[in-house]
Design a protein around this ligand. Sequence first.
Ligand code: KG4
Ligand code: ZN
Length: 333
Amino acid sequence: MNDINILGIETSCDETAAAVVRNGNEVLSDIINSQIYIHQKYGGVVPEIASRQHVENIGLVVAEALRSAGVSFPDIDAVAVTNRPGLIGALLVGLSYAKALAYGLNKPFVGVNHLEGHIYANFIEHPAIKFPLICLLVSGGHTSLIYMENFQNTRLLGATRDDAAGEAFDKVSRFLGLGYPGGPAIEKVSAQGTAGLYTLPRPYLDKNNFEFSFSGLKTAAMNMYNKLNKDGSLNVCDLAAEFQEALVEVLAEKTFKAALRFSVPNVLIAGGVAANSRLREMMRLKSETLDIPLFFPSVKMCTDNAAMIAGLGYHHYKRKNFARLDLNAYPGL
Ligand code: KG4
Ligand code: ZN
């Protein structure tokens, strides 16, 4: 069988990323140019700045992905690009670049769903995963529990009714003065604090469904911050630790409740929040107690990258699921 090299391009938010992946799981290169330091001073991603940065970086990032993979343009069999969901201007930069490249090289190109890419990151690193499975997808914009019979047959069991998990991390972090991105910042200070000294709610934990709600938890954390700050007794590390604990506990409990309900052999976590070490630890404990194997990507593969896009792009390629040059970008699903 001939090797198939896919060049993946990802520009849905604030990372300009390109990667070359062979046969769906052999990562030859994985280049990420993060704009985080530019957006940090605004406390979050500024869409217009993100688009402009992608325009500046995309050519260099793609060239570096090829160089570091040891391949050149003729070795590429197809271009895979994220075309949904994400910031529309940011998506359009990667999509336009991918179209031009595919047209110029006379190679096919495929559009990839960013969230499916996050889930696929698990399959790059863990070939032993067994279907059917429950996947907890937790990113900056989404928090969903998905039952997957296989790649094609999936069922959304529940999602957040308001803030996504990553969004709650980011908003609370900003409020506590810990900066952007909030997840890693809260994780870092939580390590110096103790969960349980303050008490925050565990929303929807006892509800008999697979939905989530994090905006009440976020508001409770903010109200507690204001109260403790006023009376001078605030310990930011303890508050951050309790917030992280509450959020992670709800995610872990509900995910394994779904795993038991549907008797699946495997559980996955995917998306930026899956990088959280407390979430990984709590999920691992549950997995061991219930004897249901758990998989999660390496930390680098959890947050936005193009290897996951190229990897999933390979399967679109195999199915000849090629896009036409009028493929559009979509901010939502
Ligand atoms: O998947 P991702 O990189 O981008 C989206 O597709 O949204 O996820 C970004 C989100 C941000 O909200 C960020 O704060 C969160 O993932 N995140 C984390 C951690 N690393 C990134 N949340 C908790 N703990 C982390 N270590
Ligand atoms: Zn993402």
